[in-house]
Design a protein around this ligand. Structure first.
Ligand code: NA7
Length: 544
């Protein structure tokens, strides 16, 4: 599209974001014969995998499972090289998909949607980009991702710090070389834990500023086992189906016993076996890890024992032991040599709980104990998860309110797909859907297909407008919280709970009832004639 600032274009559907969700949505809209267009903030496709090109960035879902399932040909022709795919390889895959399905001609890059409103007279959405493009559309679909609104901490003096600064979620495209530099990194979540061993390879001195230690299990990453790859290629349809029938959308080895039912010996053996296999599968050692505090504590304690073995200095090891949350209740991390990195003489752990950074000056981070002179500072400080990117779109709904205004005490959404007051607006992996608690591609595909089928249904029945019913939405929001309250997740200060953003309401953001349960429920809703949704054909569009 060559949309100039003065032109207002119209599309049947606009999709915001060209990551995994946006690309597949565009493909499905085309199959429906809709004139669709995608606005993408970045200057390339890929979403999360476009932005997160920091050293060490890698997916923690097995390569053979972290891909689209909707094209058997694509599935057969793509060959992964490692057990867990690195960011660059995933980005190559996404670019391959964009080319193979000729998607680029309907995508505007460098087009960040920053405003929009429902035009009641026209029964359409109007969206505007920061770059000045404007478009109207009958259907608006957000594919903005759950972890895309990166955030920097608010620390006095940071603006005046003259060293180089980076956020892992907004990493520059050109190579960054830290050789010979004094580098600081703040944040020990998944991103920090992946980046730290890589930064340590280049930096002269590396200071890790840790607020909260996390649980991390080894990836044991390496070249993909050819037999494993062939097995998946030969059995993809069955394996995909099996994955869709699990609670995470991933073929894990889900533990079938409570930790408390097992003998000490059997339990220790099982944890050791899983540790040797590595990956997030470890968190599923028992069937009650996430609901029984004692079981969770046994698994947590096993990992704490491993950390003590891996880190040579007992005082450093002690600081790395997570005690404030149970394993898995904050996103479990997967690493390659993370704990061993603290055995290197030039890597220092700074515990922000005992010595917070009071301020930055032009060349250093300053704590009560002294100055840390830094040539570069990396922030792996996370995201305003799930709702942040939606709120930043500044979409004004039918009642004149934005999501931000409406969600003061937590997001409201029916099935994570639509919000009352925002007609014809679908939110892929929206709040209250399983999204980031699952293999997110599985969740994306389920949402995209549900939306595409819904639009087809609307066409067939002559409907032009869809709204979720307030009562159905209220009930779903309540259900999402009730299910979460039955788990240990709500006790952790995680981004799932909005706890990482000052002032964000403490509400569990995704749906934790399990992918298969959720997908079946969405199917039931359809079978019951889209229960909880209203369809209409308003006067304003009758003549179109
Ligand atoms: P996370 O998991 O949100 O981690 C952010 C880290 O940054 C975490 O250790 C935070 O400590 C730390 N943080 C955030 N703000 C501050 C301040 N102000 N001071 C000190 N430390 C701070 O983000 P990631 O990018 O690692 O991972 C996001 C997801 O992407 C991940 O779960 C995967 O799904 C992929 P805290 O724990 O809040 O004390």
């Amino acid at each position: 599209m060559n949309a100039s600032t003065s032109q207002r274009l119209h599309f049947d559907a606009v999709v915001i974001g060209a990551g995994f969700a946006g690309l597949y949505m565009l493909h499905r809209l085309r199959l429906l014969g809709r004139r669709a267009h995608v606005f993408e903030a970045g200057d390339g496709v890929g979403g999360t995998w476009y932005w997160n090109c920091y050293p060490g960035a890698r997916c923690d879902v097995d390569s053979m499972q972290y891909s689209y399932s909707w094209s058997p040909e694509l599935q057969q022709e793509w060959k992964w090289t490692e057990r867990y795919p690195a960011q660059a390889e995933i980005l190559r895959y996404i670019n391959h998909v964009a080319d193979r399905f000729d998607l680029r001609r309907d995508i505007s890059l460098n087009a960040k949607v920053s405003a929009g409103q429902w035009l009641a007279d026209e029964q359409r959405w109007l969206v505007r980009t920061e770059q000045g493009q404007e478009a109207t559309c009958d259907i608006l679909i957000t594919a903005t991702g759950c972890l895309s609104e990166s955030r920097l901490p608010n620390i006095e003096g940071l603006d005046g710090y003259k060293g180089r600064t980076y956020h892992t979620g907004r990493w520059p495209k050109e190579p960054v070389d830290f050789t010979g530099l004094r580098v600081g990194i703040m944040g020990t979540g998944s991103s920090g834990i992946q980046a730290i061993p890589q930064l340590a390879k280049q930096a002269k001195e590396l200071y890790v500023f840790q607020r909260t230690p996390n649980f991390s299990v080894p990836a044991w990453n390496g070249p993909i086992d050819p037999a494993h790859q062939q097995d998946w290629l030969s059995n993809y349809p069955q394996y995909r189906e099996q994955a869709r029938n699990t609670r995470s959308g991933i073929m894990y080895e889900y533990g079938t016993q409570s930790a408390l039912e097992m003998s000490d010996e059997a339990r220790a053996e099982e944890m050791e076996r899983r540790w040797r296999k590595g990956g997030t599968n470890f968190a599923h050692s028992f069937n009650d890890t996430f609901i029984n505090r004692q079981s969770n504590e046994l698994l947590s304690d096993f990992v704490r024992g491993k950390i003590k073995q891996m880190v040579q200095d007992p005082a450093v090891a002690e600081k790395l032991l997570p005690h404030d949350h149970g394993i898995g209740t904050k996103r479990i991390c997967v690493d390659t040599g993370y704990y061993q990195t603290y055995n290197l003489p030039h890597v220092k752990l700074v515990d922000l709980r005992s010595t917070p950074i009071e301020r930055f000056d032009d060349s250093a981070a300053i704590t009560r104990e002294g100055r840390y002179e830094l040539d570069a500072m990396v922030f792996a400080t996370g995201y305003d998860a799930v709702t942040g990117a939606l709120e930043r779109l500044n979409l004004v709904g039918e009642q004149g309110k934005t999501f931000k205004q409406l969600w003061q005490s937590g997001p409201t959404s029916y099935l994570g797909l639509m919000t009352a007051g925002f007609p014809n607006l679908f939110t892929i992996t929206g709040p209250g859907s399983p999204s980031i608690l699952t293999n997110v591609i599985v969740s994306i595909e389920q949402h995209v297909e549900w939306i595409a089928n819904c639009l087809d249904y609307m066409d067939q029945h002559g409907h032009t407008r869809i709204d979720p019913q307030q009562a159905a939405q209220d009930q779903w929001v309540k259900h999402v919280q009730e299910v979460a309250n039955g788990t240990l997740f709500v006790s952790a200060n995680s981004w799932y709970m909005g706890a990482n953003i000052p002032g964000k309401p403490r509400v569990f953001l995704p749906y934790i009832g399990g992918f298969s349960t959720y997908a079946s429920h969405c199917q039931e809703v359809v079978k019951k004639g889209y229960e909880g949704f209203d369809f209409s054909r308003p006067q304003a569009v009758a003549g179109r």
